[in-house]
Design a protein around this ligand. Sequence first.
Ligand SMILES: [Zn+2]
Length: 390
Amino acid sequence: MKRERFQGLLRKNWVVSFLTIFLITGSALPLCITGISIEEKTGMTDLIISLDNPTKFDILKPKKYRMVIEIPNCSRNSTIPDEIEGCGVITSVDIFEEGRKIYIGVNLNKGATRFKAYNKKEPPLIILTIYGTRIEKEPEIDNGGSDVYHNPNPDHNLIVDTVVIDPGHGGRFTGARGCSGSLEKHLTLDISKRLKRLLEENLGMNVYMTRETDCHVFLRDRTGLANKTKADLFISVHCNAFKDPKAHGTETFFLSESRTDLERAVALRENQDFIDELKDAPEGMQDFLTTILASLTQNEFLEESSELAELVQTALIKRLGLRDRGVKQAPFYVLVGAYMPAILVEVAFMSNPTEEKLLLDPDFQEKAAYAIYEGVVEFKKRQEKRLGIN
Ligand SMILES: [Zn+2]
């Protein structure tokens, strides 16, 4: 009996050492690139690298209009040339080896705005998506205001480390009025300040606020700040109101066409500042704002915005325990110019007496801020996984 057990142990050890050897050699096994292709789509161009095994990769500090993908411990199939002609916003691709690494240089057209890189396991692929539309010629006059809706920084990667928080309304635009007379602009600022502290202290993020006091900020300047600071996320904080005081609960929006009358109603109310601003604006400005609306740059970030909205909404419901009104979509002007994933949170209803009391309670405000923070943490984690970090 004893001997059998001993042999069993030996066998187990043997299996363990075999596995160890396999894992060591497995991880050191050189990779091979089996194909590289470029696909042009509407508003974006994909570079697709096929491999014989899944792998991690790095994107080296890309220069303006050039980025380099580094794949360690890798070689290439003899069919892969040194240079590939581009299409879309990729002008050309060059491939070279150094040491045991493969470098894939991607030269970009000036129409390139932003990129996303991720890997797939089955089949093993590295996909680099470059957003933007090919510009055939240099534009003759540089439109000074264009960076409000056009990301000025094509080198921007997608690691989430900069966030813009937008406390809804401010100054003469008070937002909704609660049933006891509280004003939305104060509540949104209180919650936003708490969110800022959490993101800075716990995640070491760069956090910008569109306003830190009770002042009026034009809606276009709110996303303008987000673009200027190259923010990775834009979070607009609001409190809801409805003519029926029984309406209650939490909802989170991302920018899109509204699908229902309820979504339209919230958008109409939150867009009122913009409609008022537009009335005061000089004619040139009106054209400019209309152009921004028409360009709907958020389309490129729909997927990420809806994912962020989903994560924040889930955390809010878990922490606050209010009615889950769900993730919704509507055309909010404040989100239109944002060149990044952007959401608008309606924490609770000020027009509902019970929820207004909660909104005025500092503990509740802290919980709401913490929930939004948790949503950001989860989004950041997922994004890093997609980028092959960690
Ligand atoms: Zn609001």
